[in-house]
Design a binder for this molecule. Structure first.
Ligand SMILES: Nc1nc2c(ncn2[C@@H]2O[C@H](COP(=O)(O)OP(=O)(O)OP(=O)(O)O)[C@@H](O)[C@H]2O)c(=O)[nH]1
Ligand SMILES: [Mg+2]
Length: 424
């Protein structure tokens, strides 16, 4: 399970009703304030995260047989594309959607096989092939291009990269689109002796991968490079060139798969925010989803701190409970729990708060406030912010690490973060 857009809409409706029941007796002016300054922005955050999210568009280029289909299957963890069949090379692409039903996510993949085969022997690309590629890029507007090269063949394929560079320049000039291309040195296992694998336990293999990376960076791309992982430089290089930001070795064979997490994190680093949820949910990458969760918690805390500007002081924070339940549920959803109020209940009962049997929202708020000393209305904004942040982080620790920490563990962090966040 994960975040399901339909369930999220239901959740927003139920939180909306809950909010109406909580603010029942308050003056109209205060209710209006809470709606526009607190719940409105919170709903907006969720809509931005969920409803504006879309599948990432991943575009594969590279010679036939170098492992484009295998790579996409390896990344997706399923057999989405047929592997290994010999096809006639045509300059046409196939576009398909990979559905990750359980994760309510999808990736759009465009496989542009055959492009480099149709470049002329003198290295000049066939103009027909260029037109096709240009049309494909214009049509599909990829977020990221992966240029898949069989690692043992890089010394013969320098000109493919030059051809690619010329085409990308043309696309930039014509349409202003600047799509990053990640160079993937696939079949890293077949450098030297294929039996020596993985490179972590075969120093000779590791040295060959390092050589291939250096050759690609220094001799072909001629750009400055830096290891993506300083401790393990064979995991790939980042570059100073935004149009070719990385060179990453990989093995896509299911039984010998290697370094695909480095590649997927690198892809994620070059996707727009709207494509991140689908990309990482599909991969069930908890660490990455946890970053999305932390960003959401910070935004909710900033929104909650706006309560200090209420036109009339509120007797307690019960009005924040719907906001906090919404936040806890979404944090649970990002950790692949179902998006429903039960998810929030699960956390609250884990820290000793029973939302269902005890006297409703007001009781929950009091329970939550046990963790947070209330120091009068003057400090209300800052307390609302810190309590919301602390509650979100505690729920995050529970859902992502199974650690039933209480919110007060996290309150100090907020004091450190606040000046920076409230200024934004
Ligand atoms: N040893 C090794 N073999 C691989 C790797 N990746 C793919 N292969 C093999 O290479 C062959 C071609 O792989 P495909 O994924 O079909 O290549 P492709 O680039 O999609 O080829 P076209 O669809 O014809 O353009 C298959 O036999 C794969 O099993 C790898 O990392 N290591
Ligand atoms: Mg293929």
């Amino acid at each position: 399970m994960a975040i399901d857009k339909n369930r999220t809409r239901e959740l927003l409706d139920s939180v909306d009703e809950f909010f109406d029941s909580v603010v029942g007796g308050l003056p109209g002016e205060v209710v209006r304030f809470l709606k526009t300054a607190i719940m409105g922005p919170a709903f907006q955050e969720i809509r931005k995260l969920i409803e504006e999210s879309r599948p990432p568009v991943l575009f594969l280029i590279g010679r036939s047989g170098h492992g484009k289909s295998s790579l996409i299957n390896g990344l997706a963890g399923r057999e989405a594309a047929p592997v290994g069949d010999i096809k006639p090379t045509t300059p046409e692409s196939t576009a398909y959607l990979i559905h990750f039903e359980e994760q309510f996510s999808a990736w759009q993949v465009i496989d542009s096989r055959g492009f480099f085969e149709s470049t002329r022997p003198d290295g000049a690309p066939d103009s027909n092939a260029i037109d096709h590629l240009l049309a494909d890029i214009r049509e599909h507007k990829p977020d990221v291009i992966m240029h898949v090269i069989s690692a043992p063949e890089i010394r013969n394929l320098g000109h493919d990269l030059q051809v690619h560079e010329r085409i990308m320049k043309q696309i930039r000039t014509e349409s202003g689109m600047d799509v990053p291309t990640i160079v993937v040195l696939n079949k890293a296992d077949t450098l030297g002796n294929p039996r020596e694998w993985p490179p972590e336990v075969h120093a000779r293999k590791a040295a060959l991968i390092q050589d291939a990376l250096n050759y690609m960076g220094n001799d072909i791309l001629r750009t400055r490079t830096h290891p993506i992982d300083r401790n393990v430089s064979i995991r790939g290089y980042g570059t100073d060139d935004p149009s070719r930001p990385g060179i990453i070795p990989a093995c896509s064979l299911p039984e010998d798969a290697w370094n695909l997490d480095t590649l997927s994190d690198f892809i994620g680093g070059h996707l727009p925010e709207s494509a991140l949820l689908d990309f990482y949910q599909a991969l069930r990458r908890k660490e990455q989803l946890r970053k999305i969760s932390t960003a959401l918690i910070k935004r909710f805390a900033v929104i909650a701190s706006g309560i200090g500007a209420s036109p009339a002081p509120l007797s307690d924070f019960v009005v924040l409970t719907p906001l906090q339940i919404l936040m806890i549920t979404m944090v649970g959803g990002l950790s692949c729990r179902p998006v429903s109020r039960e998810t929030a209940h699960e956390y609250l009962s884990a820290v000793g708060i029973n939302l269902i049997t005890a006297g409703g929202a007001r009781y929950v708020t009091r329970q939550l406030l046990k963790f947070i000393p209330f120091a009068g209305w003057a400090a209300a904004g800052s307390i609302a912010g810190s309590s919301t942040y602390a509650l979100g982080k505690a729920a995050e620790a529970y859902f992502f690490s199974g650690n039933a920490a209480t919110p007060d563990t996290f309150r100090k962090d907020w004091d450190r973060l606040r000046p920076e966040l409230e200024g934004t």
